[in-house]
Ligand binder design. Structure first.
Ligand code: ADP
Length: 330
């Protein structure tokens, strides 16, 4: 972590990569904390793309009125190929210099943080990250903005599917988001009483699942809920369905893929709170000269983790949680 001593007068804020509910609350917190400290705050549209294209506008306190409860991001987000190259990043830097912007807040996932690391290595612009991703897969923080909302959306949807599943005595395979991380599947699966939860962090023994389904059938427990992360080792719900259908040709099995509804909607109270806290602390970091870190929360306290350490937290699933799934699903 660097600690610079220069004075910050103008800051920019952008949202980048995958969107997540609560990003607006974080933008609001950055803008209003900046204005509180007499900074000029600039909103950069469409992440690094807008930085390169000079799509940048001055924000006032009113610019962020009435957005704390809205999903998505008013600054829009994008994936930007040009930013992977030095020439693209140089264009972005020139646009910041032209406007006298001397600090940047990046709200996004680990990819966006990697971009910020490259940028801050080459150019003299302090960057502060705020972890916004529904996957909660960034090491060093107990929370990422959007995870709580996404999980609650998944739980609400799974509860609804369970009603029809129960009425028809069916096996349902529900796919939730999580290409590299199983947190949404694990949390929503436990909260909805899933019999099996398939996640990328763990190898699934399909024979074991078939054995338990047959055993449950013998006990006349015909309703079975299987929650699958999209990145599980079989490749999602459709693939799991194919395998189960081969092994249990007589079973009534349905698939439901929840998809993008998990990204949208009004952020939960928790997401609004952590976004507000992280946004506030990101600006404080810039003012204190704490540079090139992202703002995380551990045990309810703010932590500042070097951006270059922001790696995806693979394989950190608690064994105890997996044991709980097994015991409670009997
Ligand atoms: P997320 O932030 O949600 O993980 P991505 O991985 O798509 O999303 O990253 C968002 C953007 O960050 C990319 O489109 C790119 O512009 C920038 N970025 C990601 N990795 C790098 C990198 N190694 N170098 C430069 N820019 C990067």
């Amino acid at each position: 972590m660097n600690r610079g001593s220069r004075k910050i007068n103008r800051i920019g804020v952008l949202t980048s990569g995958g969107d997540s509910p609560g990003m607006n609350a974080a933008i609001r917190a950055v803008v209003r904390t900046g204005i509180f400290h007499d900074l000029e705050v600039y909103g950069i549209m469409r992440g690094y793309q807008g930085l390169i294209e000079d799509d940048i506008q001055k924000m006032e306190s009113r610019s962020v009125a009435n957005i704390i409860q809205r999903g998505g991001t008013i600054l829009k987000t994008a994936r930007c190929k040009e930013f992977y190259d030095y020439e693209g990043r140089k264009k972005g830097y020139d646009n910041l210099k032209k406007r006298g912007i001397d600090g940047l807040v990046i709200i996004g996932g680990d990819g966006s943080f990697r971009g910020a690391v490259e940028f801050s290595k080459e150019f003299d612009i302090p960057c502060i990250g705020i972890a916004g991703t529904i996957d909660k897969d960034i090491l060093g923080t107990d929370f990422t903005i959007g995870f709580d909302t996404a999980v609650n959306t998944a739980v609400e949807a799974i509860d609804k599917v369970r009603d029809t599943m129960d009425a028809h005595d069916r096996i349902f395979i529900i796919e939730v988001m999580g290409r590299d991380a199983g947190y949404i599947a694990l949390h929503s699966g436990i909260a909805t009483g899933a019999e099996n939860i398939l996640i990328p962090e763990r190898k699934t023994d399909m024979d074991d699942i078939v054995k338990s389904l047959l055993e449950k059938e013998r006990r006349k427990k015909l309703v079975n809920l299987i929650v699958v992360a999209e990145g599980d080792d079989f490749g999602g719900a459709e693939e799991v369905h194919k395998i189960l259908k081969e092994k249990l040709p007589m079973a009534e099995i349905r698939v439901c893929i929840l998809g993008h509804i998990q990204r949208g909607g009004a952020p939960s109270c928790i997401d609004r709170l952590i976004a507000s806290r992280m946004g506030y602390h990101a600006v404080e970091c810039l003012l204190e000269g704490r540079h090139n870190v992202f703002v995380g929360i551990q045990n309810n306290r703010m932590h500042y983790i070097p951006l270059e350490n922001a790696v995806k937290s693979k394989g950190k699933i608690s064994e105890e949680w997996l044991k709980i799934v097994k015991i409670l699903a009997s």
